[in-house]
Design a protein around this ligand. Structure first.
Ligand SMILES: NC(=O)C1=CN([C@@H]2O[C@H](COP(=O)(O)OP(=O)(O)OC[C@H]3O[C@@H](n4cnc5c(N)ncnc54)[C@H](OP(=O)(O)O)[C@@H]3O)[C@@H](O)[C@H]2O)[C@@H](O)CC1
Ligand SMILES: Nc1ncnc2c1ncn2[C@@H]1O[C@H](COP(=O)(O)OP(=O)(O)O)[C@@H](O)[C@H]1O
Length: 279
């Protein structure tokens, strides 16, 4: 088991911009939104993904949700889709997708995940897109590639891996990752990240200020944003967990999820190579 040091092994693998880059090359991420009255979670994830460096971020939504999203997003783009096949078609050239935050517990979420699995993008699967598979978790695992990332909190973990839930969290995450054949980030006061090749890390800087609604949605966006920049998925999950907790630690009392994305640049500035730091 590897316990991450303060700015762990992933630090040297953070995706810093090349001089000749452009927004498409910096990484294209999509976030699938919930319906019109449940768009906040996708917006949190999308903003976090931009702040962590993805070059181009789109929120995909039903036509009814578009006016709500368009009224509250600027740099994040908004795009309607009409059913799962259309979603998969529109996202055939993205690098990573976040699905689950407030996505809904219906067959629509299952269908969307099936379509996204065919795109080849790295999938960050969170919240409802995990819980909807409670009675048939193997169907979810069959859709995943090894570089996809599952991000359950404790309640979601029990739904997918009921027989592992009483194990110590490192062992539980490690076994879950092998079973799902994907990266598993098990959220909690001590977040554990496991990859199917046996890597396991415990995030060292957790902050209880994160125990507030929507912070997990931000984390999903951060992982997606790093994966979209072609960072290895396990490293992306480790880096995102550390930066996320560091943001909460620096902000302290009164933190709400909306605060987190705008704290990311200051943390990245401290991790950047000297020539890329703000002057
Ligand atoms: N701004 C927005 O739009 C936001 C939208 N959001 C969206 O809302 C939806 C519901 O999200 P959710 O996380 O509350 O959902 P869900 O897992 O169904 O129920 C929670 C139940 O599970 C249990 N539980 C056990 N362990 C747990 C743990 N470690 N952490 C948490 N729960 C744990 C616990 O049961 P208990 O143990 O208390 O019996 C609890 O009652 C989902 O779509 C999400 O994306 C949110 O992201 C917030 C911001
Ligand atoms: N007591 C705690 N100490 C440290 N981190 C916590 C604590 N409680 C929750 N967190 C973190 O807060 C985030 C909550 O995510 P999640 O439960 O998915 O919330 P939401 O669905 O509301 O976005 C996770 O990153 C989790 O690790």
């Amino acid at each position: 088991m590897t316990v991450l040091p303060e700015a762990g092994d992933w630090r040297s693998r953070l995706p810093w911009s090349e001089a000749d880059t452009h927004k498409h090359a910096r990484g294209r991420l999509a976030v699938v939104s919930g319906p019109a009255h449940r768009t906040g979670a996708a917006r949190l994830a999308a903003r976090a993904a931009l702040r962590i460096g993805a070059g181009l971020v789109r929120v995909m939504a039903s036509p009814a949700a578009i006016p709500v999203l368009a009224a509250s997003l600027e740099a994040v783009m908004v795009e309607p889709f009409d059913g799962a096949d259309d979603l998969g078609h529109r996202l055939r050239e993205v690098d990573a997708v976040v699905i689950g935050p407030a996505a809904g517990m219906g067959e629509e979420t299952v269908g969307n995940l099936h379509a996204l699995a065919r795109t080849g993008a790295v999938l960050v699967v969170d919240a409802d897109a995990l819980s909807v598979f409670e009675s048939h978790p193997d169907d979810l695992f069959a859709l995943l590639d090894r570089d996809d990332v599952l991000t359950p909190h404790g309640g979601e973990f029990v739904r997918l891996f009921p027989d592992l839930a009483d194990l110590p969290s490192t062992e539980a995450a490690a076994q879950a990752s092998v079973r799902a054949d994907a990266v598993v980030l098990l959220k909690g006061h001590e977040t554990v990240i496991a990859a199917p090749d046996g890597r396991v890390a415990v995030n060292p800087n957790g902050s209880p200020w994160l125990a507030t609604a929507g912070t997990g949605d931000v984390l999903a966006g951060m992982i997606g944003g790093l994966a979209a920049q072609h960072m290895d998925s396990f490293d992306a999950a480790c880096a995102a967990a550390w930066i996320h907790a560091e943001a909460a630690r620096r902000f302290g009392p009164g933190l709400i999820a909306e605060d987190l994305p705008d704290l990311i640049p200051g943390i990245l500035a401290g991790l950047a190579p000297k020539d890329l730091r703000p002057s």
